[in-house]
Design a protein around this ligand. Structure first.
Ligand code: TXA
Ligand code: MG
Length: 319
């Protein structure tokens, strides 16, 4: 059993593991991360092996203090401090120029680095106790649904990790919003902070199309965040399809198969829906259904991130 409740004592054990080159899964407010010392290339290489993640897909580096940015990036854009002041700790990742001292494996050889200060007490404590920034992708096999509970990590990565710190369910439930501040301001991934909120501070942010080019955002493959069961997005749902499960943003009025239906929110609250999204998809994925039929939501506010994940989940796996 590798799951440990996130007590003070266990966080200290996790920090000791990170310091000695281990790989520890820990809760953040968005999803569970799979963390290693950002300045230990061998430990970072284990993250890629454990996840079966291609080496050209760079990692996000998590910090607990603003001063840790100075060992990752030089010549920091004043916009970083403005955004950090408003959204950190929290689900915003900023892509900025990196220092040469950051190992190339972390950034997949790019001259930029993705940084964020997570808004979860366990994550912050772990980074502080480890005394080093922690590189961490989501703690799932590459391309699969992200984990929002410790059991999701155990089920999919199991004994390949040194320790799983259990801090309960991730309250935001959807990954951080990623903004690049290099060569203008652009959205690399919609996430837990609505773009509209960020634009109040930055002004207009460029939104690239759905298929972002490789060097810009290497991890944003068209097919991603996918359950094993095929996903279809449909506006009108009639609950008659054989072997189908349903993912809804409202409480249906008439009949629906309760055991195969996940209601992400009854009230249209997209915060609630985002928090439930991955857990609900994990549950439906265990039912051995033929298809998961998902209702769409408007692509505004958190709806942009939710629809991004649903659209990617609905794309056929590409080899
Ligand atoms: O909420 C989150 O961001 C979670 C938690 C654990 O913090 N992490 C997460 O990491 O979602 P991951 O590895 O699953 O997604 C990170 C994304 C990838 O798409 C990657 O390509 C992109 O960030 N990324 C990392 N460094 C980058 C860089 N220098 N330039 C552009 N994109 C970068
Ligand atoms: Mg991920």
């Amino acid at each position: 059993m590798k799951i440990y409740p996130a007590t003070d004592e266990n966080i200290l054990r996790g920090a000791a593991l990170i310091k000695s080159g281990g790989v520890v899964s820990f809760p953040t407010e968005t999803v569970y991360g799979l963390g290693a010392d950002a300045f230990n290339p061998a430990a970072a290489a284990r993250i890629f092996e454990i996840k079966n993640r291609p080496y050209f897909d760079p990692l996000i580096v998590h910090i607990a203090y603003l001063s840790q940015l100075e060992i990752l990036s030089g010549d920091i854009d004043p916009m970083v401090w403005k955004l950090a002041g408003k959204f950190w700790p929290g689900p915003l990742t900023l892509v900025i120029k990196k220092l040469d001292s950051v190992p190339d494996i972390i950034t997949a050889g790019l001259d930029t680095i993705a940084c964020r200060m997570p808004g979860h007490p366990v994550a912050l404590r772990l980074i502080k106790e480890a005394g080093t920034p922690i590189a961490a992708p989501s703690a799932n096999p590459f391309g699969y649904l992200s984990p929002t509970k410790a059991e999701h990590v155990l089920d999919s990565l199991g004994d390949r990790v040194d320790m799983i710190l259990d801090g309960g369910e991730c309250p935001v439930g959807i990954e951080s919003t990623i903004i690049s501040l290099v060569n203008g301001r652009s959205l690399l991934r919609p996430g837990g902070i609505p773009l509209e909120e960020i634009e109040k501070i930055t002004g207009k942010i460029i939104r690239p199309g759905p298929e972002i080019s490789i060097p810009l955002a290497p991890g944003q493959f068209l097919s991603h965040y996918s359950p094993s069961t095929p996903v279809r997005i449909e506006k009108k749902i009639n609950f008659t399809e054989d072997g189908a499960g349903y993912l809804l943003f409202h409480q249906p009025e008439g009949y629906y198969p309760g055991e195969r239906t996940e209601i992400l929110t009854k009230t249209g609250d997209l915060k609630e829906a985002a928090a439930n999204l991955f857990s609900s998809m994990h549950r439906l994925d265990r039912l051995q259904l033929k298809v998961i039929i998902a209702e769409p939501v408007e692509e505004a506010g958190l709806g942009l991130a939710i629809m991004d994940r649903l659209k990617r989940a609905s794309k056929k796996k590409q080899g």
